[in-house]
Write a protein that binds this ligand. Structure first.
Ligand SMILES: *Cc1c(COP(=O)(O)O)cnc(C)c1O
Length: 425
């Protein structure tokens, strides 16, 4: 599509948007007495209106039934979590038995590292990416320590000098160079800082060729970019639900474990009663008999209130259709890159994009490295009711998300930048 830089063109895109009604399913935060332009759905997605009703239902069932709600609630609590694999399968690109909704991201990462990081002899190294989310790095460091190893086990792949994205070939080369010393590759499917999407299929293939396992942190990928974890043969993955999945602050997370592994009862794992054979669970026996699906990694009974919100959020994904969401996302993103180029193209350059321009390598998010007065622009955005995200020293991250952002909002954002480029500070 050929874009024109104008408010009318943005409006036309909004009118033709088949998903435009879905914005009404969300509460839009208010800033300075008006609806904000909310561009931080990559950090905390907006609240689905239906969430409150679902939560109240869950609370009412608890009030009505007490412990009997496990069996008699509208959605009985014993099996409440079992509804999620169906809803998530198209988003994750996985089979139902490979998905479990439980805990939160970092907890799930630890559980999966316990299974998939088993250093042995000279095979002990872990490859991860530069500017990985700190929580992931902390988790990795602790598993290195638990194994009695030193930090040389952690191999960081970096962007080349004067470049901001990490080249795929550099990741693949690092994997090959580690060879039979490599135990695991753990990478963010989409880097939280740059918004770069990694080629998960190629990375997995290279890791397997080296004889290592491969896992992904999908915090910024899930609900944002197409995933085919099963077909890509990924060993494991984990995600949180409060970013693009709109399931509320600290909401319940999820994990993927490939079908190849879930059927293996002998895989080492941290065990809990919710991971054992459902038919015998309440016999309170001594023997742990793992469920041969991803549920075999569950520890505790399910957090129903948090899951009630998750359900409201995923119901929206289901009614909109994930493919349609991705289609709009691509168009919205192309529009964003177009208007940013228009603003940045004439005269003085205001920013560099850290996020790769190639549409295969980014999702909704763009990260703007401000060349000067970054903080000043960030404040101007806020004054103009744009909620964006600031990262020291000089980066503004924004993510227009397809379920509730509009093409017009993207245009207004660009106009704010354009009109303020030459204002005196
Ligand atoms: C947001 C995010 C997390 C957050 O971890 P929690 O355990 O949910 O607090 C972890 N990793 C990445 C890559 C993230 O973007």
């Amino acid at each position: 599509m050929t874009f024109t830089y104008s408010a009318e063109f943005a409006k036309k895109l909004d009118t033709e948007d088949p998903l435009k009604e879905f914005r009404n399913e969300f509460f839009i935060p208010v800033l300075h007495g008006q609806e904000s332009i909310y561009f931080t759905g990559n950090s905390l997605g907006l609240q689905p209106k239906k969430a409150q009703e679902n939560v109240l239902d869950a609370l009412e069932d608890w009030a009505t039934y007490g412990v009997e709600g496990h069996e008699h609630a509208r959605n009985p609590w014993l099996g409440y979590h079992e509804m999620f694999p169906t809803l998530l399968a198209p988003i994750i690109g996985a089979r139902q038995e490979e998905i479990v909704v439980m805990n939160q991201l970092t907890v799930n990462l630890h559980l999966l590292l316990t299974t998939f990081y088993r250093p042995q002899g000279k095979r002990y190294k872990i490859i991860f990416e530069e500017k990985a989310f700190p929580s992931d790095e902390y988790a990795l460091q602790s598993h290195i320590k638990l194994a009695g190893l030193s930090n040389d086990a952690l191999v960081e792949v970096r962007a080349r000098e004067h470049e901001t994205a990490i080249r795929e070939e550099d990741i693949l080369m690092a994997i090959e160079a580690c060879g039979d010393e490599l135990a695991l590759v753990l990478i963010g499917g989409v880097n939280y800082y740059s918004g770069q999407v990694f080629n998960m299929r190629a990375i997995t293939e290279a890791a397997h060729k080296a004889g290592a396992f491969c896992g992904f942190d999908l915090a910024h990928a899930v609900g944002n970019v197409p995933l085919q974890l099963h077909d890509w043969d990924v060993d494991f993955a984990c995600w949180c639900s409060y970013k693009y999945l709109n399931s509320g602050p600290g909401g319940v997370g999820g994990a993927f474990i490939h079908g190849r592994h879930v059927s293996n009862a002998n895989l080492l794992r941290l065990q809990g009663w919710w991971g054992t054979n459902k038919d015998r669970r309440f016999k309170m026996e001594k023997t742990f008999d793992p469920i041969l699906t991803a549920e075999g990694w569950q520890l505790s009974n399910a957090p129903i209130v948090s899951m009630a919100v998750h359900r409201a959020a995923l119901d929206i994904f289901q009614s909109a259709g994930f493919k349609n969401i991705l289609d709009k996302s691509r168009l919205l993103s192309a529009w964003l890159h177009f208007v940013l180029n228009e603003v940045n193209g004439g005269g003085e350059k205001l920013f560099n994009l850290i996020t790769p321009a190639n549409s295969q390598e980014h999702g909704s998010q763009v990260s703007l490295l401000m060349l000067k007065d970054g903080k000043h622009f960030f404040e101007i955005l806020k004054k103009n009711r744009v909620i964006a995200d600031w990262r020291e020293p000089n980066v503004i991250r924004i993510a227009p998300v397809p379920l509730y952002n509009t093409f017009s909002e993207v245009f207004i954002f660009a106009e704010i930048l354009r009109k303020n480029i030459s204002l005196p500070k």
